[in-house]
Ligand binder design. Structure first.
Ligand code: GTP
Ligand code: MG
Length: 188
């Protein structure tokens, strides 16, 4: 490795102060890709395009004088991508756990998703998202409350379709991620 000359980063003087990888996980078709696309691009696609393996997005969040650049890893919820998906969790600083409010199984599987992420990343900040809030919900509020208090999770209801709360999960995680980054020595 060369030690001469400026690194790519210092050459381009980044516009952000912090950078972190964040993973979005949950059952197939709960709306992970839709939520990210709504957040990053502000649009919604009613068609279902299965995520194959993983996709990346970047989005900056500014809090006071700090700017966090999220590298958002959009994972595939389908079972058959399991072994591949786990590799993508490495280095994630936070996770968004998504279920579909109209799909009880997707809520019951959140426990699985927490364990899968923690198995690779250890305890990182996580937030629970009930998506498709524009539709008639099937998952009961008291079941959600019970789950969030047991797991000490913040809960947000979103709709990628209407855009409701689509920024919030990422916004709420940002100060926690920045805090974690600042407490580690590598500073990234
Ligand atoms: N009504 C409604 N439909 C939604 C919402 N979010 C996503 N959808 C629809 O649900 C389907 C699945 O959405 P995706 O975002 O592809 O789901 P995913 O979680 O990324 O699925 P995988 O990539 O297979 O893991 C698509 O048809 C979306 O248009 C929402 O908030 N409301
Ligand atoms: Mg997807």
């Amino acid at each position: 490795m060369s030690h001469y000359g400026p690194t790519e980063d210092s050459e381009q003087s980044p516009t952000y102060t912090h950078r972190a990888k964040i993973v979005v996980v949950g059952d197939a078709a709960v709306g992970k890709t839709s939520l990210i696309v709504r957040y990053v691009k502000g649009v919604f696609n009613p068609g279902y395009i299965i995520t194959l393996g993983v996709n990346f997005f970047t989005q900056d969040v500014s809090i006071q004088d700090k700017t966090l650049r999220y590298i958002i890893w959009d994972t595939a919820g389908q079972e058959r991508f399991g072994p591949v998906r786990k590799k993508y969790y490495l280095g994630a600083r936070a996770a968004v756990l998504v279920f579909d409010l109209t799909n009880l199984q997707s809520f019951e599987n959140v426990d699985f998703w927490i364990k899968e992420v923690e198995g690779i990343c250890g305890e990182i900040p996580m937030i629970l998202v009930g998506n498709k809030a524009d539709l008639k919900p099937v998952v009961k509020q008291d079941a959600i409350q019970d789950f969030t208090s047991r797991h000490n999770l913040t809960y947000i209801e979103t709709s990628a379709k209407t855009g409701m709360n689509s920024i919030r999960p990422f916004f709420l995680l940002a100060p926690l991620v920045i805090e974690e980054l600042e407490s580690t020595t590598d500073g990234r």
